[in-house]
Design a protein around this ligand. Structure first.
Ligand SMILES: [Zn+2]
Length: 288
């Protein structure tokens, strides 16, 4: 299993963790677009983080992490479902020079959208004040969710990996020591070691003196949620007039999914059917 997510916890303290390694999923995401390496590395780290956060969802749905900026990197989105189906995409401009997150993004925001199948969606948004994806997510979790979180994220052309530690509520003073101690252990792990070592080996090396409970591995995979139905819903939101004007100009209307490159085509009669059948106000589609 090249793609693995393993959950673990520390037996004597209220600290939980997860480690993820994505290779096939990451290859599938990269197969759809050719990213400059600086953009690719940020997207890989976002993708690994989305898997880590989705694995602890207590509901059916998805978590989408999004960076929006005004620099060379305009947008990076990674979305993972509770089933660990993952998709991700980024938009950039120009050469996207190598550098930290701040340099690529300019003034930017980080947002988290929880899409809950049986409830209202939740969105949290914070300005990006860190120069890397991991610390930006730690900031968000500490401030918006009050869950102390430590993250190491790493990505290259072949893999996207991450290790997450979270301190759960209901702390004793012994836990404070444990949190400091396992955080210090995590700080000894380098990005290259995380990328080049099987997850189980990373856990054994890093926490061999801790009493660790390790759960069965799960397998993340690439999965896109786009469908013709969703695209039709999106067209209804955009409105007949605008859809018609594109059709008039280009002879057909084409919608490409940015996550998986699937193309949805509409000719005049198909478009007529979209606007004549069903509820005109059914705005369930989403632009992606
Ligand atoms: Zn798609």
């Amino acid at each position: 299993m090249s793609d693995t997510l393993i959950r673990f916890d520390f037996v004597d303290s209220a600290i939980r963790g997860e480690i993820v390694r994505l290779q096939d999923t990451w290859a599938a995401i990269n197969a759809h677009r050719s990213y400059p390496s600086a953009v690719r590395d940020i997207l890989g780290q976002m993708t690994a983080a989305s898997a880590l956060l989705a694995a602890s969802l207590k509901f059916e749905g998805s978590v989408a992490l999004q960076l929006q900026g005004q620099g060379a990197l305009k947008l990076a989105v990674a979305e993972a479902r509770d089933s660990l189906d993952i998709r991700a995409t980024a938009d950039w401009e120009g050469d996207a020079p190598a550098g930290g997150l701040a340099q690529l993004l300019g003034r930017g925001t980080f947002s988290v959208v929880l899409d809950i199948l049986a409830g209202e969606p939740y969105q949290g948004i914070v300005p990006v004040e860190s120069d890397a994806v991991g610390p930006a997510i730690e900031d968000y979790m500490d401030r918006s969710q009050q869950i102390p979180t430590r993250l190491l994220l790493a990505s290259n052309d072949a893999s996207a990996c991450g290790l997450l530690l979270q301190r759960m509520p209901d702390q004793s003073s012994a836990d404070a020591d444990a949190w400091e101690r396992v955080g210090a252990l995590l700080a000894t792990l380098g990005a290259d070691e995380l990328l080049g070592t099987p997850p189980v080996t990373v856990l054994r090396r890093l926490f061999h003196e801790e009493d660790l409970r390790v759960y069965d591995p799960r397998q993340p995979r690439f999965g896109c949620r786009c469908s013709r139905e969703r695209v039709e819903g999106m067209l209804r939101m955009i409105g007949r007039e605008e859809a018609q004007s594109v059709l008039d100009e280009q002879g057909e209307l084409r919608v490409d999914c940015e996550f998986c490159n699937q193309t949805y085509r509409f000719d005049a009669s198909m478009l007529g059917a979209v606007f004549n059948s069903g509820n005109l106000f059914d705005g369930t589609g989403s632009l992606h």
